[in-house]
Design a protein around this ligand. Structure first.
Ligand code: XMP
Length: 525
């Protein structure tokens, strides 16, 4: 991928987050933007602050390292001399404690999940982060180390029931550190704390709203593309569709071609649905690659989730490459790459665990020698949704539930065959249509069906059945990084179950997944 340049950066000051490999780092940035604070993230090992960005405050993320182990990521030398407010979270806290002469140890009891924190009176400018009420609050912990001795220049501002140091504040400087994660929704006062940090300590106004950047983005696209021709890979999802719409607005229909790959792993009627909407956008050049046979062939017998993901990601690239090589007129590849994709592919947090290898068509530009045009590489998904609405795209398209790049393959546990895809498509269609009909579509942030290879005994009419299971998943979330279980009425779920068992051949049982993320992920694979 081309390096991030500051020329297209939408704002030039705000809070800088240093990433030490936590699964939640981007959530910190996301939360700050949500409350109106522009924020960016860099690798916690950078030897220099980013050029062209005025740092009003710093947040140090959590991470898997232990400060007392060789090779753990240190606090860069340039951070403290900046004299800006600092908030350390988890590993970030331990870094601050260690460098100020405190002591961090392996916790005797690894804390994971909810804990109750009791606020304690402290002094210093950062004490405002811990108001006297509420005296008790629920916080979200995830750590293996804790603080054995706090440095002399700090006060304890919060302790858990088990007397684990949960929060400390510097006695003189605007520095605070937390053992818990304020960015995770389960931490009751977390958002309020981030807001107070930004406004009271960093003196920032809540002015970032992610809106009205259509004109500047169009100008950026015209500067990058000139009179070239853009190939845009569309999936029917929000990001690629808004990218196509923005490219059309900036360049007009003669300079844009959309390509849509039918992998055979899409939802029922998806190809027709997406094609129609892309035409409504004013696209004159739309190419549909009919690739399902190839995808099924390569997935034959593959059951391991990561292998499925890698095969599908690779095939996407092959298919687009095959198409693009026949069309030398293309000069650019338009992608709906979002800020989280940029950060992920920049490989921060080497050492943070890969949970799933998400895929986009990121390997393409190098193979095709096309230049990239990525108007959204500084933005999050809901910021792109706002732009989509400003461009006049239908609400129905913009507010669609997300759909994963590898498609239904990661919702079919075990073998992916055309028959099993057809079963899942039907069950999923019944579920989603019922949500729409009952006005419940937006209760979950994302909902779908999963096909399980579990067979169980049932009875239909007078006959015994021994058939497969569908799991329904419906989650609440704001960004997919954490999720709760959507509160759908049991009477509704029972009706959906009834319809699925009656209409989908081979299914005799439906279950509802009631797991949050973490500890589960949203998709099953
Ligand atoms: P997980 O399963 O990681 O999913 O909790 C979080 C969100 O990401 C979507 N997802 C993907 N999106 N390519 C995508 O574009 C992928 O490979 C991919 N895998 C998961 C998932 O649907 C959920 O919204």
């Amino acid at each position: 991928m081309s390096p991030v340049t500051h020329t297209t950066r939408p704002q030039h000051n705000g809070i800088l987050v240093l990433d030490y490999g936590s699964q939640y780092t981007l959530l910190i940035v996301r939360r700050l933007r949500e409350i109106g604070i522009y924020s960016e993230v860099i690798d916690g090992r950078e030897s220099q602050p980013p050029a062209g960005f005025q740092i009003d405050g710093i947040i140090l993320s959590g991470g898997p390292d232990s400060v007392y182990e060789d090779g753990s990521r240190p606090l860069p030398k340039w951070v403290l001399p900046l004299n800006v407010p600092i908030l350390g979270i988890c590993y970030g806290m331990q870094l601050l404690v260690e460098q100020a002469g405190g002591h961090v140890r392996a916790a005797t009891k690894r804390e994971y999940g909810h804990a109750v924190m009791h606020a304690k009176k402290s002094s210093g400018p950062a004490a405002c982060l811990f108001p006297p009420t509420p005296v008790k609050q629920t916080v979200w912990m995830s750590h293996g180390d804790d603080i054995a001795k706090i440095p002399d220049e700090f006060d304890i501002s919060g302790e858990t029931d088990d007397h684990v140091v949960a929060a400390i504040t510097h006695k003189i400087k605007p520095i605070a550190a937390l053992q818990y994660h304020p960015e995770v929704a389960h931490s009751e006062q977390g958002l309020e704390l981030l807001k107070t940090f930004a406004t009271k300590l960093c003196h920032l106004a809540l002015s970032w709203d992610g809106k009205s950047r259509v004109d500047s983005l169009c100008k950026h696209i015209r500067d990058v593309v000139g009179d070239g021709h853009v190939l845009v890979a569309c999936s029917g999802g929000v990001d690629s569709t808004v990218t196509a719409a923005l490219l059309l607005k900036a360049l007009g229909p003669d300079q844009v071609t959309a390509v849509f790959c039918d992998t055979g792993l899409l939802r029922k009627h998806e190809v027709e649905w997406v094609s129609e909407r892309l035409k409504v956008l004013g696209l004159r050049h739309l190419e549909i690659l009919r690739s399902s046979a190839l995808f099924f062939e390569r997935l034959k017998g593959v059951t391991e989730p990561e292998q499925k993901r890698k095969i599908i990601g690779g095939l996407f690239i092959e298919e687009f490459e095959r198409y693009a090589k026949k069309h030398p007129e293309f000069t650019h590849l338009g992608q709906g790459t979002l800020y989280p994709d940029v950060i992920e592919s920049a490989g921060h947090g080497a050492g943070s665990k890969v949970i799933k290898s998400h895929h986009n068509v990121g390997g393409l530009p190098d193979r095709l020698a096309l230049k990239l045009v990525e108007p959204f590489r500084w933005l999050f998904k809901d910021e792109v949704r706002t732009i989509g609405l400003e461009l006049g795209l239908p609400e129905e398209l913009i507010q669609r539930h997300p759909f994963p790049g590898p498609g239904l393959a990661v919702r079919i546990i075990g073998d992916v065959t055309p028959e099993r895809v057809a079963m899942l498509q039907e069950a999923d269609h019944i579920f989603i249509s019922a949500l729409r009909e009952h006005g419940l579509y937006h209760v979950p942030w994302q909902a779908f069906a999963v096909l399980l290879p579990v067979k169980s005994v049932g009875v239909m009419g007078d006959n015994r059945t021994y058939q497969q299971t569908i799991a329904l998943r419906a989650v609440t979330s704001s960004d997919g990084m954490t999720a709760g279980v959507a509160d759908l009425p049991l009477s509704f779920l029972t009706r959906v179950s009834d319809m699925i068992v009656r209409r989908v051949q081979g299914i005799n049982r439906v279950v509802f997944d009631i797991t949050t993320k973490p500890p589960a992920t949203i998709e099953w694979e």
